[in-house]
Design a protein around this ligand. Structure first.
Ligand code: NAP
Ligand code: ZN
Ligand code: ZN
Length: 346
């Protein structure tokens, strides 16, 4: 018998999220039932709820989920009742393809099952963390290290791993000049993680408003992209740029900041197609790439890395009734730096 639990629900691309319910299956042999404590508000939740991408309604979003295990199926070995755990952007994958076997389940050739707006193996729609409870296969649940407070840990499940994966893949570290475009939820974690990896970190933000914060988070330098001199000054000066911006940007202008063989990695997901000149790449053998979250193994590695370095997200904990207002503030780049919903208020 499925259990009905409280949730906040998007009924259409134009309606506000409202209190409602969602059904959760009984834990199967390998399932973990999690009492959700906090869920982060990722900009992807807004894209999905507002229909920027193809969405199925009614929709319960949320993929930065932390909580405590309240029940486990009979064959579960990885987690126990009472453990602090997290769930990120996907809750299943085929487990057999080359990418799943390599621990890169987010690139599953059959398509990883997204935490929301997807269909599970049971054929039922998945529903995310804007709710009080969730049931997930143990292999897609990670452990939250004791050192990280739960509210600060929630955003690591998407923002943290989405930045950690490209920073590791493109070898951010001492001697590497790394820039993060956009200091929002993803961007602020990018600054913290890149600094902890020992890279030389530059923030490229629309204005100077977040400069003090950027320095506190570990940035070595900070520039306003509204200032044309920024693009003159930094021309050819960077090795790696990670673009977290959720809107269209002038890709050519940013590519011009890369040195020989430098790479720009897109993680932000604007809904419109990009356009950029071939010359921007050809000129200095530059690379343009993209990156999607990270696998389960690397998510656990990221959480352990954050615990070792004393990192968590900078969060503002909100009541569920403030979700719609929080969406507007995220859209206005007015969040420092992640809203996290207290799940006891659903
Ligand atoms: P966010 O908190 O809203 O941060 C985005 C930042 O981009 C803003 O804080 C702002 O930074 C900057 N920005 C916003 N609008 C801009 C504009 N018109 N021009 C220039 N800069 C602008 O969002 P987020 O949660 O970090 O997510 C960012 C994007 O990543 C979203 O598109 C989301 O869907 C995507 N995402 C992708 C993945 C993946 O796996 N690739 C995972 C999670 C999220 P400043 O104020 O510093 O300018
Ligand atoms: Zn996300
Ligand atoms: Zn697979």
């Amino acid at each position: 018998m499925p259990t009905t639990v409280k949730a906040y629900v998007a009924s259409s691309p134009t309606s506000e999220l409202t209190p409602g319910t969602v059904e959760r299956r009984d834990p199967g042999d390998f399932d973990v039932q999690i009492s959700i404590k906090y869920t982060g508000i990722c900009h992807s939740d807004i894209h999905a709820a507002r229909g920027d991408w193809a969405s199925n309604y009614p929709l319960v979003v949320g993929h930065e989920i932390v909580g405590v295990v309240e029940a486990v199926g009979p064959k579960v070995t990885r987690h126990s009742v009472g453990d602090r755990v997290g769930v990120g952007c996907f809750v299943d994958s085929c487990r057999e393809c080359v990418n799943c076997r390599a621990g890169e389940e987010q690139y599953c050739l059959q398509g990883a099952t997204s935490t929301y707006n997807s269909f599970g193996r049971d054929g039922l729609p998945t529903a995310g963390g804007y709710s009080t409870s969730i049931v997930v296969d143990e292999n897609y649940v990670v452990r939250i290290p004791d050192g990280i407070p739960l509210p600060d840990a929630a955003p690591l499940l998407c923002a943290g791993i989405t930045m950690y994966a490209p920073l590791r893949n493109w070898k951010a570290g001492p001697g590497k000049r790394v820039a993060i475009i956009g200091m929002g939820g993803l961007g602020h974690m990018g600054v913290k993680i890149a600094a902890a990896l020992g890279a030389e970190v530059t923030v490229l933000s629309q204005s100077l408003k977040k400069q003090e914060d950027a320095v506190r988070l570990g940035a070595n330098s900070y520039y306003a992209t509204s200032e044309p001199a920024t693009f003159e000054y930094l021309k050819g000066q960077l090795d790696l740029i990670i673009n977290t911006v959720s809107a269209d940007i002038d890709v050519d202008a940013y590519l011009s900041l890369l040195a020989l063989d430098g790479t720009m990695v897109l993680v932000g997901l604007p809904s419109k197609p990009l356009s950029q000149r071939a010359w921007s790449l050809v000129e200095f053998r530059r690379n343009l790439s993209g990156s999607r979250m990270g696998g389960i193994r690397q998510t656990q590695e990221m959480l352990d890395f954050c615990a070792t370095h004393g990192l968590g997200a900078d969060v503002e904990v909100i009541h569920a009734s403030q979700i719609n207002e929080a969406f507007e503030r995220v859209l206005a780049s007015d969040v420092r730096y992640r809203f996290v919903i207290d799940a006891t208020t659903f």
